[in-house]
Ligand binder design. Structure first.
Ligand code: PEP
Ligand code: MG
Length: 754
């Protein structure tokens, strides 16, 4: 026989189905659902809130409150009792809601007479997508059974509100009320972050109208004056901009050299000599070059064409005297909008005031994006037609995380962006506060926290976080940002800069990990059916041994007199690791024979990214000085799930027993063999996942600089003994994901997981 609670739940579910299968419109259905639930649960009022714009809970339907309050009540996630339920992703029942510290009074609702409150989250794919609430006039202690019934209802409701019909309804509503869809553009995110500011439309391309010159001498003089002024201004701008060193400055230097290139100038002057105006001569010089280079499949040369176009446009502006667009703009918050842009163009503006950059064209390897990233400016690119849509002065919002641009953003959008900016600032302040505090758990165990670095501005995190060292240096990043394959000298300068910045701290260099999604502009990339499991990473560098040898030489020289840690990515078996290690050892021998200064110690390790090595760990651990787990690739291979495919991102979870068990096996084997073991995949950058890793036995985590503060505050609020016990229990679960349990655990135990 079934319990009365189960029967009551079944009755409600039956009624729910009847309502949802009916012919009513969505708002009517939602109203009917709420009226029915309030009645069946013997409550006096109730409401359903849905998450909109990621940050807000909006009341969609209610019963027992003032009429017409649907869509008039919004709460931030974490605001009020409803926000608390969504943030904690778990049910909350209180006898006297008014006395609860989180209670937020909304006079528009007419809830004065209600005392007791229960809220249950609607969860889908680990995320809170809404909250259902009930309220009672008389003080009422909601029983466990009542909570369970409402949780069952919430489960079904989650499915209903995730339906296509409901999503369409939600989108239409949001569209009509807030941001018009016409003014919301989706582009490609080239640099993350959020920004709000007034549009500054970067100068348009000048069209050349006068072709032939009457006076050659006068024309040559004009050219000379414009060219000299342009170069003087460029020099001044570059010298007054505090950019630090790194590949972004290399790019700007290259641009400056291009602007000064004598061959280019001579070509233009020759064109003037043949009777053209200075403007037409600049265009002709560009066209000549374009004709010669545009057919090439060489990306490097194509990139040069971009630079040439940028420099030509700049010179045309000087010739026409139209350098107004190059002068500073009167606003403290600007968003620069360009059709296309060269890296130096950014220097036309006070970069401290640039809150965002929007480029109509654009590619991920585009130089201006690298420079913008180094300056912390969000960039969204590849939005066809946006340049003509925006007028100087208009308010713009840029969401560089998801690649959205909003023209004349609605108030909710503005608030969302402001909240994100504030959130970032708050985290930065928190990070600064934590800097000099130890990364120890509450019960005193040290968890070593390292940084993953790539771009040179990542190096600033060494000082700002006071990390224990660099757990992963992605050496391919400077290769990707460079215009030609860097030679040993150039590589050595990158590596040495890093070693110097790290001081006495540990630095782990990873050998070149290119291929798949990491392409080098100067390499023609063979089209592969399955690049993620294709010719990439160590497979390339073992086949093109000279590249690997050169890199090893650069590592050895950069670490002269110090400890050198080298690890190889994407190793699939012991033989491959031995081969790579041997290459390093041969280079070490050569350096010794040459009489060069060598490192005081060389440690060789590998990344655990390909599942086959997990089954050969015992043998591998005898040969390796350390291992580091690349959970990004390891998870994609374990679940046979492309890490870059957005359709699959939420399907499998690293926080599930199969993956966690494997992670446990790896750390246990490494500990047994006495081999240093760390995690450098994204798992270590996410507080809740890092918490699970610590529970599994990991004591060394390497993460992106931006995640450092959040992970550290998690560590400092964690009790090791408890999480170890809890994770042991979780490993027995066959649930698709253990994320909700771990999140609830963190909430229950006061562990900070921002
Ligand atoms: C990984 O795969 O987890 C990793 C750290 O390497 P990358 O993300 O650079 O492939
Ligand atoms: Mg990897």
């Amino acid at each position: 026989m079934q319990s009365p609670a189960v029967n009551q739940a079944m009755d409600i579910l039956k009624l729910l189905r009847q309502i949802t299968e009916g012919q009513d419109t969505i708002p009517v259905k939602l109203d009917k659902i709420m009226t029915m639930i309030v009645r069946e649960m013997q409550a006096d009022a109730g409401a359903v809130y849905l998450v909109v714009d990621d940050n807000y809970l909006e009341l969609f339907a209610a019963a027992g409150f003032n009429a017409d309050i649907a869509h008039k009540i919004t709460l931030r996630i974490n605001e009020g009792l409803v926000g608390e339920v969504a943030a904690g992703r778990r049910s909350l029942a209180v006898v006297d809601a008014w006395k609860h510290p989180k209670f937020a009074y909304k006079p528009e609702m007419g809830e004065e007479k209600y005392k007791s409150f229960i809220g249950v989250p609607l969860i889908r794919w680990n995320r809170a997508i809404g909250v259902i609430t009930l309220q009672n006039e008389k003080p009422h202690e909601y029983s466990r059974l009542e909570t369970e019934i409402l949780e069952t209802v919430a489960m079904v409701l989650s499915e209903i509100v995730s339906s296509e019909e409901m999503t369409d309804y939600k989108n239409t509503l949001i569209k009509d009320r807030g941001q018009s869809e016409r003014d919301k553009f989706k582009g490609l995110s080239l640099s993350k972050g959020y920004g709000l500011g007034n549009a500054v439309v970067h100068r348009r391309r000048q069209s050349v109208t006068k072709i032939f010159a009457e006076d050659k001498e006068k024309e040559l003089k004009r050219l000379e004056v414009a060219h000299t002024r342009m170069n003087n201004d460029l020099d001044e701008k570059f010298n007054s901009t505090q950019l630090g060193i790194g590949e972004h400055t290399d790019i700007l230097d290259a641009y400056r050299m291009f602007a000064k290139d004598k061959g280019w100038y001579k070509k233009i002057a020759d064109n003037v000599g043949s009777g053209l105006t200075a403007e037409a001569a600049v265009e002709r010089a560009y066209e000549d070059m374009w004709n010669r280079l545009s057919a090439t499949s060489d990306n490097y040369l194509k990139e040069r064409l971009h630079d040439l176009r940028d420099v030509a446009d700049r010179l045309l502006s000087y010739l026409s005297g139209d350098i107004a667009a190059l002068s500073p703009v009167e606003s403290d918050n600007i968003v620069v909008v360009a059709q296309t842009m060269g890296p130096a163009d950014l220097m036309d503006y006070d970069y401290n005031k640039i809150r965002g950059l929007i480029i109509e064209d654009g590619t991920p390897t585009m130089h201006v994006a690298i420079v913008a990233k180094a300056l912390g400016i969000p960039v969204v690119a590849k939005i066809k037609g946006i340049f003509d849509e925006i007028k100087t002065g208009e308010l713009l919002a840029v969401d560089g995380n998801s690649g959205y641009v909003y023209i004349r953003p609605s108030l909710p959008v503005q608030e969302k962006i402001k909240a994100k900016i504030a959130e970032k600032a708050k985290l930065a302040a928190k990070l600064a506060e934590l800097k000099n505090l130890p990364s120890k758990t509450k019960d005193g165990t040290k968890i070593n926290l390292y940084l993953n670095v790539g771009l040179s501005f990542d190096l600033d995190y060494i000082e700002s976080t006071n990390a224990d060292g660099i757990g992963l240096y992605r050496t391919e990043i400077p290769f990707m940002a460079s215009e030609v394959m860097p030679d040993v000298e150039r590589q050595m300068s990158y590596y040495k800069e890093l070693m110097d910045r790290a001081g006495h701290k540990k630095v782990v260099f990873r050998s070149l990990d290119v291929g798949s999604d990491k392409l080098l502009p100067y390499w023609s990339n063979v089209g592969e059916e399955n690049p993620a499991i294709g010719w990439r990473s160590i497979r390339i560098t073992l086949d093109r041994r000279a590249i690997l040898r050169k890199q090893m030489r650069a590592f050895l020289r950069a670490a002269a007199g110090k400890e050198l840690n080298v690890m190889f990515p994407m190793i699939s078996n012991l033989a491959e690791f031995e081969e790579a290690k041997e290459t390093l050892m041969i280079e070490l021998d050569k350096e010794k024979r040459r009489g060069s200064d060598i490192p005081a110690r060389v440690n060789v390790g590998l990344m655990i990214e390909v599942p086959s090595v997990v089954f050969q760990l015992e043998a591998i651990l005898k040969q390796a000085d350390f291992i580091s787990i690349g959970t990004n690739d390891l998870a994609q291979f374990i679940f046979a799930c492309d890490r870059g495919n957005p359709r699959l991102t939420e399907r499998y979870d690293v926080l599930s027993a199969p993956f966690l068990k494997m992670m446990q096996q790896i750390v246990a084997a490494a500990n047994e063999a006495g081999v240093f073991c760390s995690v450098c995949g994204e798992m270590a950058s996410n507080p809740i996942e890092a918490m699970a890793l610590i529970g599994l036995g990991y004591r060394n985590l390497s993460m992106s600089g931006s995640a450092f503060g959040r992970v550290k505050s998690m560590v400092r609020t964690l009790k090791l003994e408890d999480i170890e016990d809890y994770v042991k229990i979780l490993l027995k679960s066959n649930k698709r994901t253990l994320r909700p349990q771990l999140i609830a655990y963190a909430y229950d135990h006061g562990i900070e997981i921002y």
